[in-house]
Ligand binder design. Structure first.
Ligand SMILES: Nc1nc2c(ncn2[C@@H]2O[C@H](COP(=O)(O)OP(=O)(O)OP(=O)(O)O)[C@@H](O)[C@H]2O)c(=O)[nH]1
Length: 555
């Protein structure tokens, strides 16, 4: 019978092989010892024999040795600390010298005439922005007022329109209904009809993925056809608007190019509109409000050049919800996100907000923001929901590009006080309006609109009064007044109201709105935004800790 194989190989060796290995090991050890001897390293560290027990002063000797050891240890620690301090000082010295270097460089840069902040904080002051806007209005032949299709009436500025109508040189005013992709088709059509009673109005959807020239050229070289994509296939209404302007320019028979000023409130898409017409990212566009600080000239066609202007500044006298949507972010307004969110929530239907943000039922804005903060993971230290951050995100959704909301045009439209029938006919003269209608119809046909289920209805809007010419002192005073007004208003208003019970009446363009505020102050519920007090009962935990007996329990 065949024997089964052993699993492990035997370690048995022939004697000759074993001796050979032993010899090799010995030789190797000898070699190592020799080398160590050469280097002066003695192999064995003499073992401390200790104090013999028979020694008469054994205890004293041991104590002395212990003290010596401690002293050495202290000395070592001291040296270590000194070294650490020295290193920290050195680092500090280095950082201060580099700081002063960068400061000097910065100061030098700021002193240079080409630097944009050369005149310090004055450069982008409110007055400067107003002056820039006025320059654009006076330099342009045609003023294009860009309106956010989600709230066109709220994006109209009566002061600007009046200034254009009163200005010399037969200036024309056009209305561009931008961001039409964020609302429903029927709403766009209604608004176009409403706006066209006063001025020529164009439906538009800007391209939001345009790249600058260098990126485009790189892509062009890399991938065939990439330019077509980046050139903004998702811009609609651009050919209609450009043709409309070119036709007007040709009709003027002027040697100079037609100058078109693009104006509007923050984030309505002024820069994006120019970029869409130009086909590249010529102007700085982004979600941040007030990105455009200076006027920028862009040639969009041979006979048409456009001016991208800084945003119109909303007057502080506007109601809180208007300021929440249309005012530029300023450091003094940074902390008002909660108030702004509250003002906006008052104009919306609670159910729609719950659906849009997928949050449970809430009683007031603070509760909503708490839900939102929890949902988005905006949690502060100690597990407190960061409602301020939630409010900022909520606001940026409304001014940005994602949230779909809409307002409805007034039921009984009438011309604003500054606009007469003659002015309307004058404004429509010289334009090929039938071509415009055709272009608008084509744009509406090709844009992918939002459906009614995914949108929020803004119950009430009104034109936003803007600042066209101000002195700095006046603005500061107005700002202070506005802050006081807002504080008073918030103190007297209930926190959250259903859209079914609108707070403000629908107003007609240009007319002063009659806000129906809650009459009785007694009904008002004052909400103070404070972190929720969380009481952690430590006493029981402490009691448990105290009850734990280490000697008996830990075994
Ligand atoms: N969905 C969508 N988003 C748009 C449209 N037009 C512009 N946007 C977005 O809106 C945001 C604001 O656009 P901008 O062109 O910077 O607006 P602006 O009016 O120049 O802004 P300011 O710099 O404040 O003057 C950007 O994030 C754009 O991508 C549009 O038609 N549809």
């Amino acid at each position: 019978m065949k024997r089964p194989k052993l699993k492990k190989a035997s370690k048995r060796l022939s004697c000759s092989k074993r001796y050979k290995i032993q010899k090799k090991v010995r030789e190797h050890n000898r070699k190592l010892r020799k080398e160590a001897k050469k280097k002066g390293i003695t192999k064995r560290v003499k073992k401390d024999p200790g104090v013999p027990s028979t020694a008469p002063f054994k205890e004293e000797v041991l104590r002395e040795a212990e003290q010596r050891k401690l002293k050495l240890e202290e000395l070592k620690q001291k040296k270590k600390l000194e070294k650490q301090q020295e290193r920290a000082q050195k680092r500090k010295r280095e950082s201060t010298s580099s700081d002063s270097n960068t400061k000097a460089k910065k100061a030098k840069k700021e002193r240079s005439p080409n630097h944009p902040k050369s005149t310090g904080s004055e450069k982008y002051s409110r007055k400067f922005l107003c002056d820039e806007l006025n320059k654009v209005i006076s330099a342009s032949d045609v003023i294009v007022e860009v309106l956010d299709a989600r709230d066109p009436l709220g994006c109209r500025c009566p002061e600007l329109e009046e200034a254009v109508l009163k200005s010399e040189g037969n200036k024309k005013l056009l209305l561009v209904l931008n961001k039409i992709d964020l609302v429903q088709k029927s709403i766009v059509e209604k608004w176009l009809r409403y706006l066209q009673r006063e001025f020529p109005a164009i439906a538009f959807k800007s391209s939001v993925y345009l790249q600058d020239k260098t990126v485009q050229e790189k892509k062009k070289r890399a991938v065939e056809g990439a330019v077509e994509q980046s050139k903004g296939v998702d811009a609609f209404g651009s050919s209609c608007l450009l043709q409309f302007l070119q036709d007007y320019a040709e009709a003027q028979e002027s040697e100079n190019a037609l100058k078109v000023g693009i104006v509007g409130f923050p984030n309505v898409g002024k820069s994006s509109l120019i970029n869409s017409l130009k086909g590249i990212r010529a102007c700085h566009a982004g979600v941040q409000q007030g990105l455009t600080k200076c006027t920028q000239e862009v040639h969009v066609a041979k006979n048409v050049k456009m001016f991208d202007s800084p945003s119109i500044m909303a007057a502080p006298s506007n109601p809180a919800f208007t300021l929440a949507l249309r005012s530029l972010p300023t450091p003094e307004k940074g902390g008002n996100a909660l108030d702004a969110a509250r003002a906006l929530l008052k104009l919306c239907d609670k159910q729609q907000i719950m659906l849009q943000y997928t949050v449970p039922d809430f009683r007031n804005s603070l509760e909503f923001l708490t839900h939102l903060a929890k949902k988005r993971g905006f949690i502060q230290k100690g597990g407190i929901p960061n409602t301020e951050q939630a409010a900022e995100v909520f606001l940026s959704n409304w001014t940005g590009t994602k949230l779909s909301y809409h307002s409805k045009p007034p039921d009984n439209p009438s011309l604003p006080s500054y606009l007469s029938d003659e002015a309307v006919t004058e404004m429509k003269k010289g334009w090929d309006l039938s071509k415009l209608q055709q272009g608008n119809a084509e744009t509406i046909k090709s844009v992918k609109f939002r459906n009614s289920s995914s949108t929020v209805v803004l119950s009430s809007t009104r034109p936003t009064s803007g600042l066209l010419s101000v002195s700095e002192g006046l603005v500061t005073k107005e700002l202070m007044d506005e802050e006081e007004c807002q504080e008073e208003a918030f103190d007297n208003e209930p926190d959250f109201v259903h859209a079914e019970q609108p707070q403000q009446e629908q107003t007609q363009n240009g007319k002063e709105p009659q806000e129906t505020r809650p009459s009785s102050a007694g009904n008002s519920t004052k909400v103070t935004f404070q972190p929720m007090p969380i009481t952690i009962d430590l006493s029981s935990a402490q009691r448990e800790d105290d009850a734990y007996d280490f000697n008996t329990d830990f075994k």
